[in-house]
Ligand binder design. Structure first.
Ligand SMILES: NC(=O)c1ccc[n+]([C@@H]2O[C@H](COP(=O)([O-])OP(=O)(O)OC[C@H]3O[C@@H](n4cnc5c(N)ncnc54)[C@H](O)[C@@H]3O)[C@@H](O)[C@H]2O)c1
Length: 271
């Protein structure tokens, strides 16, 4: 494993709820690779989560912020800059939530107030984080901004309901802001489209076990774990990927390009 890939780099990591969270693993690796960062999560999540332990391990602080609130984001950036002693080299948006999924509403029976909430939390907050970063001119040149997506943005997964649309919006925002931030400040913006992963957000989706197992048997390399995703995140924050921008990057063991696997064919052979 290379060392100190993020030495001297400063940033913000959102979305570490518990040790299963993708952001939790990313924080551990970023710390291991020499980065300094502030952890943040929605104020309500802080009471439930074990994030304090993570902060102690990473020798950092936690600043609560609701990612849908412009004021919270502004305060988060201002206080983080003061604590870290400089502008940021990376931002991780690892946030997703759909009240419709939580309440088991089907795609034909969505509550539209909740749809707005899903979009705001899971996608528009990504735009808001970049908007405030631009307004405060808080990103360093050649910085890297990442969101986390899922292939339901491109293909239909019936139980993913309004989160599928939120992910399509998230990926579109990565392209739109990636262009803008590239021109403005040479900052790159991408999304990583991750395999199904056993986290709070992941397992909250109806039928999760079925599509986790399906993806496992479709992917020549098997499902990518949260830890492997964290490795990819570190690579994308490092200086080794400076010219990758405005991309949705599949991190899925080959799932997205496989038509059918031999294992699955076997299951259908004698029907
Ligand atoms: N788990 C999967 O199968 C999977 C697959 C592909 C992509 N993703 C994406 O990865 C990202 C991280 O999710 P995870 O799987 O690690 O689950 P997770 O539940 O551990 O993380 C989701 C985080 O979003 C935070 N959050 C919710 N509302 C917020 C708000 N208003 N402001 C700030 N934070 C808020 C939660 O507190 C939590 O920490 C999400 O975008 C998710 O959609 C997950």
């Amino acid at each position: 494993m290379p060392e100190n890939l993020l030495k001297g780099k400063l940033g913000i990591i959102t979305g570490a709820l518990d040790e299963n969270s993708i952001a939790w693993k990313a924080a551990l690796k970023a710390h291991e690779q020499g980065a300094k960062f502030v952890l943040t999560n929605a104020p309500i999540a802080m009471r439930m989560g074990a994030i304090k332990e993570l902060a102690e391990h990473c020798n950092t602080i936690i600043i609560p912020a609701d990612a849908t609130s412009l004021e919270d984001i502004e305060k988060l950036y201002a206080e983080s800059k003061e604590y870290l002693g400089g502008n940021f080299d990376f931002l991780l948006h690892s946030i997703g939530m759909s009240p419709n999924i939580r309440k088991g509403r089907s795609y034909g029976d969505l509550n539209y107030d909740w749809v707005n909430k899903s979009y705001d939390v899971s996608a528009i907050s990504f735009h808001k984080m970049m908007h405030i970063a631009e307004k405060m001119d808080i990103m360093n040149e050649w910085g890297s901004i990442l969101g986390l997506s899922y292939i339901a943005a491109q293909r239909v997964y019936p139980f993913y309901t309004d989160m599928a649309d939120a992910k399509a919006l998230l990926e579109s925002i990565a392209r739109g802001y990636g262009y803008r931030y590239g021109k403005l400040k040479k900052v790159r913006v991408n999304t990583i489209s991750q395999s199904p992963t056993k986290t709070t957000a992941g397992t909250g989706i109806g039928g999760f076990d079925a599509f986790y197992n399906f993806a496992e048997s479709m992917s020549p390399l098997g499902n990518a774990s949260a830890e492997a995703c964290a490795d990819y995140i570190i690579t994308m924050f490092s200086d080794l990927t400076r010219y990758v921008t405005m991309q949705n990057l599949f991190h899925d063991g080959g799932y997205s390009t496989t038509g059918i696997s031999e294992e699955l064919m076997e299951q259908f052979r004698d029907l």
